[in-house]
Design a protein around this ligand. Structure first.
Ligand SMILES: CC(=O)[C@@H](O)[C@H](O)COP(=O)(O)O
Ligand SMILES: NCC(=O)COP(=O)(O)O
Length: 239
């Protein structure tokens, strides 16, 4: 069984850069170093207000990355134009609420099924693999499969939050969702608040897991361990 891939989300590097309005740290250099240190993908989540990743960053990164580029975001017209131009390996559709501090829910794949179907078919016609961000709820997985998406990304904040109290109970709905998704032909990604404490248990119990995207905790850990060591530490959780 192949190990799940690690896609490093570099939003927080852009947040740090933007804090001073200059170019330190340089986002492209950090992304290339993440690849050099073993990351198998780079994730960015340009938000409409460009508070961290800017649209120009996405354009700058594309010709230089050698691993899988994953662009996440709310599929408004501007976002879809960018994705079409950049042609990433994967586009993850996220139902970002306005003014939310970060992504805080998966799609209602029943309510938005026709909308998602249309976008997914457009992206796939461009040769872009699609993933949609979902809560680990069986009904949402079933309707996600009906959109024609290649993958779902399980929104793992709930798992991460409940892990310390009772990890078996915390992971259960995610394992059921992954099993159900795989039985319906979906590939399974996971992300949000994954870290060095909770990642290995998820990986060990979810054989369907194809990829994790990790940003916030990984960049925080890099302050203490350095970026290269940190990426190696995360990769070791995924073996
Ligand atoms: C889609 C998702 O899970 C998010 O975790 C995300 O990409 C992080 O976004 P921020 O860095 O803006 O919090
Ligand atoms: N898709 C999740 C992601 O890219 C990173 O989430 P987080 O690790 O920053 O919570």
């Amino acid at each position: 069984m192949a190990s799940p891939k690690l896609s490093v989300n570099i939003n927080k590097i852009a947040t740090l850069r933007n804090a001073r309005g200059g170019d330190n740290p340089n986002l492209v250099s950090v992304a290339l170093n993440c690849e050099r240190f073993g990351a198998q993908g780079i994730t960015v989540h340009p938000r409409p207000d460009e508070r961290h990743i800017r649209y120009q960053d996405v354009l700058d990164l594309k010709p230089l990355l050698t691993t899988e580029f994953n662009i996440e975001g709310k599929p408004n017209d501007r976002f879809l134009e960018l994705v079409q131009k950049v042609q990433p390996a994967q586009c993850t559709l996220v139902p970002d609420a306005d003014n939310a501090i970060t992504s805080n829910a998966g799609w209602d794949t029943l309510k938005h099924k026709e909308y998602l179907k249309e976008i997914i078919s457009f992206l796939q016609s461009q040769g872009i693999r699609t993933s949609i961000f979902v809560d680990p709820v069986p009904e949402m997985i079933i309707h996600a499969a009906e959109t024609g998406t290649n993958r779902v990304e399980l929104y793992t904040e709930g798992y991460a939050r409940a892990y310390a109290d009772n990890r078996e109970a915390a992971v259960k709905p995610y394992l059921e969702a992954a099993r159900l998704g795989a039985s319906l032909g979906l590939e399974i990604n996971a992300g949000h608040d994954l870290d060095l404490h909770n990642l290995r248990y998820l990986r060990e119990n979810m054989p369907e897991l194809a990829e994790v995207s990790i940003g916030h905790a990984l960049i925080c850990d890099a302050l203490y361990f350095g970026l290269e060591n940190t990426i190696q530490l995360y990769l070791r959780q995924l073996v």
